[in-house]
Design a protein around this ligand. Structure first.
Ligand code: GUN
Length: 293
């Protein structure tokens, strides 16, 4: 069994990005600049945004964190988005989700200039991705493709079962893995909360992508021997043995599933760091103005 070490791979890729950034700076140009907007005090969002800012420092990017209180109005947030769209010193930016209840996430996502949408959440980027055109790919699916590629895990002809159909993970993951591309050509089954006899689907999988957001949802009886398991879940559960009183677990019952697996991602240290690294790659793409719309 191989543990797919996303933490180590993300360090390797971040070092590769750093080399490119040093070259940009050596040419007398400014480094890539990522901005992040964080509204409210969601603890998970604070941690994710903190990781993004830290990663920017590691790869030599500039970063700007725009923090606003929970009480921020939709109009105020849209104003911030418009300013970032027009700021020539910002290559790309993200608005961390979820947003407070009174703000329409769809409206905010639509207001982001697709050229700066390094999350790949704007429907224009999503549509371009679906058609195989150059686009910002959403960070988590892109990070998973990199993790598979750099660990020499073949996707062509493989049966991938995706558990969870979110707009930011499950759905784009299915599109990317099934397209005609180096890390594609898989046969994809998309499953979700209404799937009948889910275990019979997951047991047929050569590769499982678990992105359902339920701790330890994938159990040993749901997988075949030799499966590759990609665990996207980041769930905080109570653990009295920890000083903090809690710990992070994935959507997969790791201890029971790992012995049956050919390869598996740990939580933490698997998909999570790859997601942040993919965002850095998108920001580099934005700086290079690689995608023409
Ligand atoms: N919330 C959870 N994941 C993400 C992400 O990748 N980007 C943003 N903007 N918000 C998130």
């Amino acid at each position: 069994m191989v543990v797919l070490d996303g933490k180590a791979l993300s360090t390797t890729i971040k070092n590769e990005i750093r080399v490119e950034v040093d070259q940009i700076i050596a040419r007398g140009e400014r480094p890539p600049h990522l901005a992040a907007v964080l509204v409210g005090n969601n603890p998970a969002s604070e941690a994710y945004v903190g990781n993004k800012v830290r990663s920017c420092e590691q790869v030599g990017f500039s970063s700007t964190l725009i923090r606003r209180p929970e009480s921020t109005t939709e109009e105020e947030l849209l104003h911030i988005v418009r300013d970032l769209n027009e700021d020539p010193d910002v290559d790309g930016f993200i608005v961390q989700l979820p947003l407070p209840q009174h703000i329409n996430e769809e409206k905010v996502t639509l207001a982001i200039d697709p050229k700066k949408d390094v999350d790949g959440f704007h429907p224009l980027n999503f549509g371009r991705m679906a058609q195989g055109l150059p686009a910002y790919l959403p960070a988590t699916p892109q990070g998973i493709l990199l993790l598979l590629e750099r660990n020499d895990i073949e996707t062509s002809g493989q049966h991938v079962v995706i558990v969870g159909r979110s707009n930011i993970v499950g759905t784009p993951m299915g599109l990317l893995l099934s397209r005609k591309d180096k890390m594609g050509n898989a046969t994809v089954t998309m499953t979700h909360s209404r799937t009948k006899d889910l275990a019979s689907e997951t047991r047929r999988a050569d590769i499982i992508v678990a992105a359902i957001g339920i701790p330890h949802f994938i159990t040993a009886d749901m997988v075949k021997d030799g499966v590759v398991v990609i665990d996207v879940g980041i769930n905080r559960i109570a653990d009295a043995s920890r000083k903090s009183g809690s710990r992070l677990v994935g959507d997969v019952d790791y201890d029971a599933v790992a012995p049956k697996s050919k390869a598996i991602t740990p939580v933490p240290g698997g998909v999570g760091p790859m997601t942040v690294t993919a965002l850095m790659l998108n920001t580099l793409k934005a700086r290079r103005k690689e995608i023409s719309y």
